[in-house]
Design a protein around this ligand. Structure first.
Ligand code: KG4
Ligand code: ZN
Length: 336
């Protein structure tokens, strides 16, 4: 079964073709980062229009790269939410229309489930059950994963998502969009000088809060002369506080569930310091850490093709209706 996967939920147009035995056959991505960076963040209308421009050539490119014809494709998976409505609708209408004309099933994929299952594309995939930390630009979720579609939310951010906190910190430091990789690069030059709080760690629970950390970062920065070393030290303190907070919550989640496997996924899981603190933590807990390769941490079509394929193989598919849902809780997904 060849499954075409389409991702258009935010500022990346991703297309891939997945086969259960052969793996990822083709995987193309067009990032809109340059277009949005001029505005300091994603402009939804520009995102939708650009997805329209990029999507069809990427689909054709993937078919060519995989040396397949449209008749070879057995199903189409597309991100139906959560995300920007206009952007989602480009993927949903394209996928649903192609599936109708090619007379094959279409399946709506939850973007965060795509992230959650991205480590399954690696050589040493995690077995179920596991704890997953999903950290992206819009979500920070700790999830108990018993199987595909069997998700219980253990904790989540009560305010900003982890990626959002990175992006806002980048803005304060005068770095561009998207902020995560830039804050991370600047933090490499920083020295341990400031001691930032680890929000919500001195009381029980698995929820996160990053907005207080943002204010603390702002106040600390304003108390300095804002030299390049000051900025690097602030970036270092922010990243260290975020990484440690995340590690403390993930340790609690492992202890609470008794699970010995932790998966991290989503854009922020590309962060080196976060990966390193989690690695140190899991070793102490006698557990194992799993994460996708860097290009599958951020948005991509491969994770959507993989996830859709699992659901299609289980016999699930959408009706002819075009389905897109900007808000879509992950624990409402059907089991397979
Ligand atoms: O998963 P993703 O590509 O898109 C969403 O679904 O939101 O995540 C994007 C987020 C952005 O906030 C970006 O700043 C952050 O992931 N990010 C990082 C790093 N790379 C991307 N944050 C910290 N360190 C990184 N290396
Ligand atoms: Zn994402």
């Amino acid at each position: 079964m060849y499954v075409l996967g389409i991702e258009t939920s935010c500022d990346e147009t991703g297309v891939a073709i997945y086969h259960p035995e052969k793996g990822i056959m083709a995987d193309l991505l067009y990032s809109q980062v340059k277009m949005h960076s001029e505005y300091g963040g994603v402009v939804p209308e520009l995102a939708s229009r650009d997805h329209i421009r990029r999507l069809t050539p990427l689909i054709k490119g993937c078919l060519k790269k995989a040396a397949l014809n449209s008749e070879d494709i057995n199903g189409i998976a597309y991100t139906a939410g959560p995300g920007l409505m206009g952007a989602l609708l480009v993927g949903a209408t394209t996928a649903r229309s192609l599936a109708w004309s090619w007379q094959i099933p279409a399946i709506a994929v939850h973007h965060m489930e795509g992230h959650l299952l991205a480590p399954m594309l690696e050589n040493n995939p995690p077995e179920f059950p596991f704890v997953a930390l999903l950290v992206s630009g819009g979500h920070t979720l700790l999830v108990r994963v018993d199987n595909i579609g069997q998700y219980s939310i253990l904790g989540e951010s009560l305010d900003d998502a982890a990626g959002e906190a990175f992006d806002k910190t980048a803005k304060m430091l005068g770095l561009g969009y998207p902020g995560g990789p830039k804050v991370s690069a600047l933090a490499e030059l920083g020295e341990p000088r400031f001691n930032f709080p680890r929000p919500m760690t001195n009381r029980p629970g698995l929820d996160f809060s990053f907005s207080g950390l943002k204010t603390f970062t702002m106040n600390t920065l304003n108390s300095t002369d804002k030299t390049s070393q000051d900025k690097a030290d602030v970036a270092y303190a922010f990243q260290t506080a975020t990484a440690e907070t995340i590690a403390i919550k993930c340790r609690r989640a492992l202890q609470q569930t008794g699970f010995k496997r932790l998966v991290i996924a989503g854009g922020v899981s590309a962060n080196k310091q976060i990966r390193e603190s989690l690695q140190v933590m899991v070793e102490k807990e006698n557990a194992l850490l799993y994460f996708p390769r860097l290009s599958y941490c951020t948005d991509n079509g491969a994770m959507i093709a993989y996830t859709g394929c699992q659901r299609l193989l289980a016999g699930q598919q959408e009706s002819l209706e075009i389905f897109a849902k900007p808000r879509w809780p992950i624990n409402e997904l059907p089991r397979i």
